[in-house]
Design a protein around this ligand. Structure first.
Ligand SMILES: [Zn+2]
Length: 256
């Protein structure tokens, strides 16, 4: 089973569309960041977390031939606007792809991408089926059950869902507050992939200080900082981190 960080960049990516690299060294490949999404690959399923606007490029890079399910963290454009790229997988499988989202995200997706969920004509049938995200999500690897636990966190003015897979790996890319009642789920994991936008305070994201605070609190074996803005150069950031913490880079793959 593999967990692939398909993209680890903040909302505009690095470089931004206008070519702005910020503090990032353009000579370092790890500084080229597409927008956040991830893939959980079992021996039977490809489960996508979010459909970033860079989804096409990300799936091509990893030669992904099927998408079986999609879990959405929240409705922001950098997590949802690649939704149209799921169409080719529907054409191949001839089955609507199940996507899972909380109520606010479902409403946003229905309003803005209604053509994905409703058949307007024979030529353009519905490609996706929207489902409410359940408290416990299940998949299988080598006939063994995989439990995926969604947990709601605060992300500025909206809620965001993060995912904990088999009590081993947590994926939280957009977060400003984790509720105290949920702390217990994040403790002592093998991997904590966590939002770290930049150095300064931000009302909707963790900054470096806050990411490191929660890493210290939750004590994962390894932590990976994601949702990185152009402010954070890979090499410079790495120098500031404890031994068990690294910045993410696109394509970073964890074998589970
Ligand atoms: Zn967001």
């Amino acid at each position: 089973m593999k967990f692939i960080i398909l993209g680890c960049g903040s909302s505009m990516g690095v470089p931004r569309p206008d070519g702005f690299f910020g503090n990032c060294d353009p000579k370092n490949k790890k500084n080229y960041r597409t927008r956040c999404s991830a893939l959980l690959q079992t021996d039977t399923e490809n489960i996508l977390i979010d459909t970033s606007p860079d989804l096409r490029q990300q799936l091509l890079r990893h030669k992904i031939k099927t998408i079986d399910r999609v879990y959405y963290s929240h409705m922001h454009a950098d997590q949802t606007h690649g939704i149209n790229d799921l169409r080719s997988f529907f054409i191949n499988s001839k089955k609507q792809i199940n996507v899972y989202a909380d109520n606010a995200t479902s409403k946003y997706l229905r309003q803005n991408f209604s053509y994905c969920f409703e058949s307007y004509s024979k030529e353009y049938p519905a490609t996706l089926k929207l489902n409410k995200i359940k408290k416990k999500l299940v998949s299988f690897n080598k006939n063994k059950k995989i439990l995926i636990k969604p947990i709601t966190v605060q992300h500025g003015k909206v809620k965001s869902t993060c995912f904990i897979i088999n009590k081993k790996i947590a994926y939280i890319t957009d977060v400003s507050e984790i509720y105290k009642k949920d702390f217990k789920y994040f403790k002592n994991l093998k991997y904590l992939i966590i939002d770290c936008l930049w150095y300064k305070f931000h009302p909707s994201h963790f900054n470096l200080e806050k990411s490191l605070f929660f890493i210290k609190k939750f004590k994962p074996k390894n932590a990976i900082l994601s949702n990185l803005s152009p402010v954070l150069d890979y090499k410079e950031l790495k120098k500031l981190l404890p031994n068990n913490v690294i910045p993410a880079h696109d394509g970073l793959t964890i074998s589970l």
